[in-house]
Design a protein around this ligand. Structure first.
Ligand SMILES: C[S@@+](CC[C@H](N)C(=O)[O-])C[C@H]1O[C@@H](n2cnc3c(N)ncnc32)[C@H](O)[C@@H]1O
Length: 265
């Protein structure tokens, strides 16, 4: 079974199980949508009328918050179950969303330079190759458009188990390629999904190679000193699970320059 089929099925199942990633936006969050989406102040002060692509972001959270803040929202996600949550929540709140079932590494249904913001929550671990993802993001962004993304850190995906001394063991080679093996410590792994490790050079270097300029970088803290072993925040005391990146498209990408040469008189 290929990665798309496996991960579509895994996320449909997570929705049926009511898992954490299918948590929809609450009334309280909708009172202050931009503050909830963006505690670091990376977004513009207003997104009113902006074209926003919520990439691999089904589940009725990001989409509802952006639409509540006045943006024109498109959601691309592989899982019809996750997209159904966006649809249900949009109907409840009388919001309009454009929902597309597709894989983040092939956005051929979207035209060039259509979006002011691409918001991409943790999900690049579900595709084997990041280059097409970043190329597609750079293609669909307008010049000066913002790309906000979050990724599982490479070291987080290298951990395989917690030892009897409550230490976290690295059991996967940093240069591992192909699907990751099943692991004992499942703190940051979704059941049934097939995942891939991407190194820093593939994440940060990959964005730069696609013509995106990195403006800010953060490691969201998921740690608590009093957390007990087995709690994800215990592991978070030792290993930062995520990388959050703010990037921007400052000029037309190399690919677009090449194609524009074809029709320029
Ligand atoms: C961790 S969830 C993120 C969404 C969630 N709304 C959140 O709050 O972060 C990951 C999402 O990626 C989607 N996904 C997995 N593989 C994908 C792919 N190849 N293309 C697009 N979406 C994908 C899943 O269906 C799921 O909705």
């Amino acid at each position: 079974m290929d990665y798309r089929t496996r991960n579509r099925a895994a996320y449909n199942q997570l929705v049926s199980d009511g898992a954490v990633f299918s948590r929809v936006a609450t009334d309280e969050e909708c009172q202050r949508p931009l503050a909830v989406l963006d505690s670091r102040g990376w977004l513009p002060k207003s997104v009113q009328g902006k074209q926003v692509l919520c990439l691999a972001a089904g589940g009725g959270w990001q989409s509802i918050l952006y639409a509540t803040a006045g943006a024109q929202v498109t959601v691309v996600d592989l899982s019809p179950g996750m997209l159904a949550l966006d649809d249900r929540e949009a109907r409840i709140r009388n919001l309009k969303l454009r929902l597309i079932e597709a894989s983040m590494d092939d956005l051929n249904m979207l035209g060039d330079e259509q979006f002011d913001i691409v918001h991409h929550p943790v999900s690049t671990c579900y595709v084997p190759d990041l280059a097409p993802v970043f190329q597609e993001v750079a293609r669909v962004l307008r010049i000066d458009g913002l790309y906000i993304s979050q990724h599982k850190s490479p070291i987080s995906l290298q951990v395989t188990r917690r030892t009897e001394r409550d230490e976290y063991a690295i059991g996967v080679d940093y240069y591992h390629s192909g699907p990751l093996p099943a692991v004992e410590d499942k703190s940051y792994r979704e059941p049934g999904a097939v995942e891939f490790l991407h190194r820093y050079d593939q994440i940060l270097g990959g964005m730069c190679a696609a013509g995106l300029v990195i403006e800010a970088f953060a490691e969201p803290k998921r740690a608590h000193r009093q957390a007990t072993p087995g709690d994800f925040r215990h592991r978070g005391n030792y290993i930062a699970p995520y990388l959050r990146i703010k990037a921007r498209k400052l000029q037309t990408t190399a690919k677009n320059e090449e194609s524009s040469k074809l029709w320029t008189p």
